[in-house]
Design a protein. Structure first.
Length: 355
């Protein structure tokens, strides 16, 4: 309840339009929050002032994720297909039944919200819903005379009917109007100095830590929950087995990391930390790689994220690590799990869930 002490942002708009400075502050917080959601693979799909709450310091909080989508809801074309949202705020591509990008649809809704904050009324409105939809399809709206030139330029790039031509969040955050008084949220990142403060290890150690069967099963699942062993849907793997020696595996991992311009810091024998060269959404990505011995001539290699963005870590594992280490991999976690064909059990999303 601490997130609703300031009420809905809608209550402020209902009293009339906001001053440009106030509207900009709320829009900056909205875009920052949506950027975070998108970085975690979450697409809201029902953004409107009624779902934006204010805390006691009047900082904006996004609520009501009941219609939000996650990556597993994408179809084979990589798009979302469920028609949902609030008519006056929904993007035109959502109405067309041909699939849409959740992030671009959210950006359209943010554009409508910004217009409402500055105008005090909706850009697309008509007593006849179908007529209103026709205006949405054409992005047909007019600016009130009190809108500043810079705010009109930004809204004109947000409310673009073609999602491919619509402005992106990084571009919004570089916009002159948006940047006034904007403080970028602090990113969580591993300290540079920590890469240099590694443990002192015994140079006589010549074999990796032994990984017994119980530890192996526990690590493949979540703690003592063994349901991970029976998943029918393969998850992005961060663990693989290999028949190569531990030293050969470590040498290969370090070579791949340096080839990607990652910093390599040895934590102990058969365990290293890899730090990415570029700042991501949540600071620099840092990954720990460790080799365990399961049996003679069989090793398990585990990757885990130390800091940075989860989606960037997933891409690192899937797009960089897996192809580069294919020569030493015996099998990746989950690759031998048989996937059931769910085509016949698929339940079609409701054709329309307009609220």
């Amino acid at each position: 309840m601490e997130y609703v002490r300031g009420g809905e942002l809608f209550a402020k708009v209902a009293k009339g339009r906001l001053k440009e400075e106030a509207a900009r502050k709320y829009f900056q917080q909205l875009i920052s929050a949506i950027d975070y959601c998108h970085s975690r693979g979450v697409y809201h799909r029902d953004l409107k002032p009624e779902n934006l709450l204010l805390d006691e310091d009047e900082n904006l909080k996004i609520s009501d994720f009941g219609l939000s989508a996650l990556p597993e809801q994408f179809r084979q074309d990589g798009l979302l297909h469920t028609q949902c949202g609030t008519p006056a705020y929904v993007a035109p591509e959502v109405l067309r039944k041909k699939g849409y990008d959740g992030s671009k649809a959210d950006i359209w809704s943010c554009g409508v919200i910004l217009y409402v904050l500055l105008a005090g009324f909706l850009p697309f409105q008509d007593e006849n819903v179908m007529k209103m939809y026709r205006k949405v399809f054409k992005a047909e709206y007019q600016f009130p005379p009190w809108f500043s030139t810079d705010s009109k330029r930004l809204i004109s790039r947000l409310l673009v009917a073609d999602p491919e031509k619509r402005i992106t969040i990084p571009a919004i955050m570089r916009n002159h109007w948006f940047l006034k008084g904007f403080s970028r949220p602090v990113a969580f990142s591993i300290q540079e100095s920590s890469m240099d403060k590694t443990e002192q290890v015994n140079t006589n150690v010549s074999s990796p830590e032994f990984f017994n069967a119980f530890e192996f099963i526990s690590s493949m699942s979540s703690g003592f929950d063994l349901s991970g062993l029976f998943e029918t849907k393969r998850k992005s793997g961060s663990m693989f087995t290999s028949k190569f020696s531990a030293s050969a595996i470590m040498e290969k991992i370090e070579g791949v990391a340096r080839g990607l311009s990652y910093k390599v810091a040895k934590v102990k024998d058969f365990k290293v930390t890899l730090q990415g060269p570029c700042e991501g959404r949540k600071g620099k990505l840092a990954v720990t790689a460790e080799v365990f011995e399961v049996a003679p001539e069989v090793a398990v290699v585990e990757f885990s994220k130390s800091s940075g963005d989860t989606l960037e870590y997933t891409r690192f594992c899937e797009e960089d690590v897996r192809p580069a280490l294919k020569d030493i991999v015996w099998t990746w976690q989950g690759d031998n799990v048989c996937n059931k064909d769910n085509n016949n059990s698929h339940v079609e999303d409701p054709e329309i869930q307009m609220l």
